[in-house]
Design a protein around this ligand. Structure first.
Ligand code: 5GP
Length: 198
């Protein structure tokens, strides 16, 4: 067994590369139909939604792409539930139709923060297309208009989703092996301050 292989760290695959390709086609085709005659701004949330964004937008027609980065602190001693704007989008979105592209919606806080921001800036409409919807994790109300998959309450990685910035480039979504959080793990991942809070 090759030790330098990320696949070894995955306990089980939830959504295969094929499953995801089908979901991207389904959601992208639906967006193409729903936005016919309009030129929406696709707002991709860094870094997790990048793969989902590029795969979905291939099925759409006229659309612009922008990026935003928000960080949320789940639990933690400092600011439970606080969301910060890390990278702002680079265009005036007043009067525009916005499609937020998310990797996963969990508590809903990030989404609520972005929706408030976009509405305050005069967006004409704001819809959400998320690869994963973790409905059981909701703390605030947040509706996902276009869903790839309803995901159970587990910590998942792959296809954009990370654990300590790793595993984003796996072509599928899966659940990490508990041994990865274990400090005795072979040292491939820095496990100093961890245990996912999701
Ligand atoms: P929310 O504000 O909805 O709680 O958080 C959404 C963000 O939390 C996502 O964009 C993602 O960064 C992170 N997140 C929530 N659940 C998971 C998960 O199962 N795996 C990973 N890798 N990130 C998650």
């Amino acid at each position: 067994m090759n030790q330098w292989d990320m696949n070894n760290d995955i306990e089980r695959v939830l959504y295969s590369e094929k499953d995801i390709a089908e979901a991207a086609k389904r959601v992208g085709s639906q967006l193409a139909a729903d936005y016919e005659g309009r030129t929406p701004v696709i707002l991709s949330v860094l870094k997790g939604a990048v793969l989902w964004t590029v795969d979905v937008m291939r099925y759409m027609q006229y659309a612009e792409v922008e990026f935003i980065d928000v960080s949320s602190y789940h639990g933690g001693i400092a600011s439970a539930g606080e969301v910060d704007l890390v990278v702002d989008l680079q265009t005036d979105i007043a009067g525009r139709d916005i499609i937020i592209m998310e990797d996963i919606v969990d508590t809903g806080r990030s989404l609520q923060f972005m929706k408030d921001l976009l509405e305050a800036r005069g967006a004409k409409s704001v819809k959400v297309a998320s690869l994963l919807d973790k409905k059981d994790g909701r703390v605030v109300e947040a509706h996902v208009d276009y869903v790839g998959f309803d995901v159970p309450k587990a910590f998942v990685v792959g296809y954009g989703l990370d654990y300590k910035q790793l595993y984003r480039n796996l072509p599928y979504v899966g659940v990490l092996k508990p041994s990865v959080y274990n400090p005795e793990h072979a040292g491939l991942v820095d496990t100093t301050d961890i245990t996912p809070e999701h």
